[in-house]
Design a binder for this molecule. Structure first.
Ligand code: CTP
Length: 413
């Protein structure tokens, strides 16, 4: 694998990739995956099962890769053994679509065609993108095979829930090509010493603040803290010293992370202000309450016959105050990289751009409320002064890495 610098700031791994195409209707999307991998700079060779050729013609892949796909274990154009040569050539391997039958054969080490024989010879990063009817996906035999493959080190991209070939809807639809390409790149970069934040101090806030009404009740929000914790975990994995200021969550402290527990917005502000000097980057992933009850009752509030009226007062906007603090510092323009989040229900990018300017930060990570809360994945748009980049739906750790890639680039300015 080679590391190329693109446009002076982003780095991209380019790799030699085998795309194994199984026999399912989603095989047409394998063509889009091959094109996506090519667009990302990877060199692709395609191996097709016999059934795959009933869904999409080999010539399609010849057009996309400049090379005829391998469809036959006995291909005479290979002097040696085609599966052994392919496996020796590749840095990574994707199976898309991974049908129930193909996963069963792979899980049991059956090698009766070019693709399954190559799978047995290849021990590098492997990603399977399952696609099948939801009843096949739910079947215990498939579940056993998936568990076996996972134990053997295979990563899964998808499946996702949605319309299926049968006209029904359910879990079993192949993940989108971009998501599969991202999963492969994540698998390829595993084990690589990722130290591009070594020597840096990254301050992350996470979780939803709780604003107390009385000793037993609070006003809160739907944030679970997963995005902020993923950021803290990935920043630490990339070599940073990480301080995580966390509102209450059910999550464990990520390895190597220094966690400061807080409850309310005012406590979070105090903890952030105490840690901000010397930080190289501050990422405000927390959902901070904009208002708090004007007073907290000393005793539990008792119900009455009438309505309850609570007066709320504004909380400080921690991120906006960090933006102002940085702008007003004697070394104006210096100071930490500032990243904010914007969870919106409408006009996502416009609202994020407004926050970028109003809060004077470097990057705003915008997401739709329903795509964000409590889920393992997230679909975000990165908004900065130069434009916006819409990312596909990704695992939160991968979203964290993409945000940290931007932080690394901003630190190099
Ligand atoms: N934030 C903060 N302090 C607050 C509220 C929000 O630091 N009191 C931070 C969040 O951590 C997030 C960003 O600001 O990074 C966006 O929060 P949001 O509430 O969406 O921003 P507002 O400008 O308050 O949004 P709106 O104008 O829509 O109320």
């Amino acid at each position: 694998m080679h590391r190329w610098s693109i446009a002076a700031c982003y780095t991209l791994e380019v790799a030699k990739v085998i795309v194994g195409v199984g026999g399912g209707i989603a095989a047409y999307k394998a063509a889009l995956l091959v094109r996506e991998l090519g667009r990302r700079g990877h060199t692709v060779k395609v191996v097709m099962t016999r059934a795959a050729q009933r869904f999409v013609g080999p010539v399609t892949f010849t057009g996309l890769t400049g090379e005829a796909p391998v469809v036959d274990l006995w291909d005479p154009s290979y002097a040696g053994e085609v599966h052994v040569e392919l496996a020796a050539w590749a840095d990574g391997l994707v199976v898309a679509p991974a049908t129930a039958n193909l996963m069963a054969r792979a899980a049991h080490g059956i090698a009766d065609d070019a693709l399954t024989a190559t799978l047995l010879c290849f021990d590098g990063p492997r990603v399977f993108a399952p696609a099948m009817h939801h009843r096949m996906w739910d079947h215990p035999a498939t579940a056993r095979n998936v568990a076996t493959l996972a134990a053997d080190g295979v990563r899964l991209a998808g499946p996702v829930s949605g319309p299926l070939a049968s006209g029904e809807s359910g879990m079993g639809r192949m993940a989108e090509p971009e998501t599969i390409a991202e999963a492969l790149e994540a698998a390829l970069s595993d084990g690589r010493p990722a130290d591009d934040l070594a020597g840096r101090h990254v301050l992350v806030s996470a979780g939803g603040t709780r604003e107390a009404l009385d000793p037993v009740r609070f006003l809160g929000n739907r944030s679970t803290g997963r995005m902020g914790y993923a950021l803290a975990e990935r920043a630490a994995a990339r070599g940073a010293r990480v301080t995580l200021v966390s509102a209450p969550t059910a999550l464990a402290i990520p390895p190597g992370v220094d966690r400061v527990d807080v409850t309310s917005a005012l406590e979070m502000k105090a903890a952030i202000d105490a840690a901000r000097d010397g930080a190289d980057a501050i990422v405000m992933a927390a959902a901070v309450a904009d208002y708090r009850p004007s007073e907290r009752a000393d005793d539990k509030l008792k119900k009455t016959g009438g309505p309850l009226t609570v007066t709320m007062v504004r909380n400080p906007d921690i991120l906006a105050e960090l933006g102002a603090w940085r702008a007003d510092s004697p070394r104006s323009g210096a100071g930490p990289v500032l990243v904010g989040f914007a969870v919106e229900t409408r006009d996502l990018v416009a609202a994020a751009r407004g926050k970028l300017e109003r809060k004077r930060v470097d990057l705003v990570v915008a997401n739709e409320a329903d795509a964000a809360f409590g889920r393992a994945t997230n679909r975000v748009t990165l908004v900065d002064a130069t434009g916006e980049e819409a990312l596909p739906e990704l695992d939160k750790a991968r979203v964290a890495d993409r945000i940290l890639d931007r932080v690394v680039a901003l630190l190099r300015r």
